[in-house]
Design a protein around this ligand. Sequence first.
Ligand SMILES: Nc1ncnc2c1ncn2[C@@H]1O[C@H](COP(=O)(O)OP(=O)(O)OP(=O)(O)O)[C@@H](O)[C@H]1O
Ligand SMILES: [Mg+2]
Length: 326
Amino acid sequence: MKIAFVGKGGSGKTTLSSLFIRHLVTTGAPVVAIDADINQHLGAALGLDESEAARLPAMGEQLPLIKEYLRGTNTRIASAEQMIKTTPPGEGSRLLRVREANPVYDACARPVELEGGAVRLMVTGPFTDADLGVACYHSKTGAVELCLNHLVDGRDEYVVVDMTAGSDSFASGMFTRFDLTFLVAEPTRKGVSVYRQYKEYARDFGVALKVVGNKVQGPDDLDFLREQVGDDLLAALGHSDWVRAMEKGRPPRFEHLEDGNRHALRALHTAVDATHGLRDWKRYTEQMVHFHLKNARSWGNERTGTDLAAQVDPGFVLGEGVVAPV
Ligand SMILES: Nc1ncnc2c1ncn2[C@@H]1O[C@H](COP(=O)(O)OP(=O)(O)OP(=O)(O)O)[C@@H](O)[C@H]1O
Ligand SMILES: [Mg+2]
């Protein structure tokens, strides 16, 4: 199950991603955690100290390896250089699974021990000023998109992405890659305005979006959110002393997280699991093709000097049953 946390800067995306990841691990579920936000803080929120977080390999720097691996024996993709972030899988492509060892995880993922279990953590790598506002080609999240487009995940296994609600993810279609997107909103007009913008983009693509209130202090806050987002409000977390203690470097045991907040995390989990039956791999594949063709036309063809539409395998549908070459 693929899940994204998006929202306004500072709304609590990273905090809620990390709490949700901890919650999933306590249920024994396998989890891949991906930090795709401009501000790379997920490692720290999962308890890594600064030097450990700094040593995490950057997915952005492993793009050649990722492309070479995923390309497999797909004859429609002539070389890794001609693979762009939206290049869809086809016959011969290698796919990724949550519970397996593969060269992509070897190069990009590191285990983080948590709550008696462990997650695989992958990070895009820090963004620099030079990354912002330049061509999509250089996008740091390109590696994440490629992985999501080649991932066949099943029930009870989770990929949780801490993400920015930036224009980059709209242009490439990354915002359509999730079974459920959690928009984290504080009960303020600004918090809710990001929701409206997201909803607008999401509308034409059937993106499942739920609002998770954060730093909600009482009935008045809750009423405000309900009034602004209606039924899209799924759950709300309040200020958490547990989170505060963790940020002071003194993480209490997770079972001591406040009842209300634990309850909210369970609601998120239930909502994610409920989307499994609604999955439509055909639509999922069609959407990646749609965004690939769009990116090909707008910059990819020119950049690679080829017609990237030829990379599309018309007969291919991604899905849990697809068998890829070893
Ligand atoms: N429920 C909460 N209880 C206590 N502190 C919280 C809570 N949610 C967020 N915070 C604190 O608010 C600050 C911002 O949260 P966080 O870093 O998760 O936001 P973000 O949306 O990921 O921000 P950015 O856009 O910078 O990535 C952090 O210091 C975090 O600890
Ligand atoms: Mg963050």
